[in-house]
Design a binder for this molecule. Structure first.
Ligand code: GLC
Length: 393
């Protein structure tokens, strides 16, 4: 994206100015998490020595570390304590740190303040209001979210699942997806489409089409990441610049809670890099508090360093006081931390998408999804191992 690439270029130019003799080349990658994953796997599985520094989605670090594709952090970086525990957990594999958290993402609900003062208290009500307000206001869409068959759909699902009080794996690493919470979430997702609250177009949408629909004033509600807020506020690009607010995706029933999926990116160094020391220096520079605070102010990206939420480093960066944002991040829910994550996710994506597109009923889709997750864990010999092992320590 434009603003993000511009900021990175500026920061890299500052790094180069302070490191005569080092040149940094930026390589563009696809926006979509899955396409980026595919590209990285191609590079790394072929033992390419570059790119030297990799921007990894938080869910990939254990997989890449277990494959031997990324280098463990040198002591200076590995002993950095100003890190959010959840972000750190996803950057750690078998007790060693392999990546430095760069920014965190939490799933948020955007709504149109000219159409309703505050968002509904449950997901069912959210769906109902989406349809009513869409019709009253003559908009095209009620609620828009990421419904394409890719990682973003899993993050939407994690939020519905939390709202219903369900989980994918329990603390012992066993699949508990097909409990009552899972059924509630699968039913709700299907209802979102069947009731027309979420348009069928969304079954092909990733983050950007979702943002563009909301930004064009076509939707009452949107589920997306914080990056969208800075763009929605720009009156030159956005038709909703001064009439939207950001909150949490609501819960559904007692036992469930308002849930935000925890995402984000970490920086890691290619294990085959020819210049690992320089690569780690760049990682240290980009993840230093100054650069992170600037990312927050310019892009609205949430820094994974707790210290930045004290004082006025982040003044004006968010729509809420920094302590409130930090509390939301701390309450957000991680996806399973395991080298098998990509496989688990692909299985979920398939069954969730079949559910949404009407090819399977909620009960059938849920049974099949849970059975497939169990098969994946069993095949890897992790069927009944404790979570500590599944999660690398
Ligand atoms: C965002 C999140 C990432 C997530 C992806 C899904 O990029 O930071 O963690 O996997 O969206 O589309």
């Amino acid at each position: 994206m434009g603003a993000e690439a511009d900021l990175l270029r500026r920061q890299v130019a500052r790094f180069e100015a302070g490191h005569p003799g080092l040149r940094v080349e930026l390589r563009p990658t696809p926006d979509s998490a899955d396409r980026r994953h595919q590209l990285f796997v191609q590079w790394l599985a072929a033992f390419a020595p570059d790119p030297d520094v990799l921007q990894l989605d938080v869910i990939w670090v254990p997989e890449f570390a277990a494959a031997g594709w990324i280098a463990p952090l040198p002591d200076a970086l590995a002993s950095d304590t100003d890190q959010l525990p959840e972000a750190l957990r996803s950057a750690t594999w078998r007790g060693r740190r392999f990546a430095v958290p760069w920014f965190v993402d939490i799933g948020v609900l955007y709504w149109r303040t000219d159409l309703l003062p505050r968002p509904p208290a449950t997901l069912s009500e959210l769906h109902r209001r989406a349809v009513e307000l869409r019709d009253e206001a003559g908009l095209r869409y009620g609620l828009v979210w990421q419904g394409a068959r890719y990682e973003g759909l899993v993050t939407v699902f994690v939020e519905y699942l939390g709202a219903c009080g369900g989980r994918v794996l329990d603390d012992a690493g066993r699949v508990v997806l097909d409990g009552p919470g899972g059924l509630c979430a699968f039913r709700l997702l299907r209802e979102a489409i069947d009731s027309g609250a979420v348009p069928t177009e969304a079954l092909a949408w990733r983050e950007e089409p979702v943002r563009l629909a909301f930004q064009a004033g076509q939707a009452v509600f949107m589920r997306n990441w914080p990056y969208a807020a800075a763009l929605l506020r720009d009156p030159k690009e956005s038709r909703v610049a001064d009439r939207f607010a950001v909150g949490t995706v609501p819960r559904e029933r007692p036992g469930g809670r308002p849930t935000a999926a925890l995402g984000g990116a970490s920086l890691a160094v290619n294990a085959r890099s020819d210049v690992p020391a320089a690569a780690f220096e760049l990682v240290a520079f980009l993840t230093a508090p100054e650069q992170m605070a600037e990312r927050a102010r310019v892009l609205g990206h949430l820094p994974p360093r707790p210290s930045l939420y004290r004082g006025d480093h982040l003044a004006g960066a968010f729509d809420a006081p920094p302590e409130a944002v930090l509390a939301r991040i701390r309450a957000a829910r991680s996806r399973p931390v395991t080298p098998l994550y990509s496989e688990l996710s692909r299985a979920l994506q398939t069954h969730l998408h079949r559910l949404l597109s009407g090819q399977a009923d909620p009960e059938e889709a849920l049974d099949r999804a849970a059975a497939e997750l169990r098969r994946i864990l069993r095949r890897a010999g992790l069927g009944a191992r404790p979570a500590a092992e599944l999660q690398g320590g």
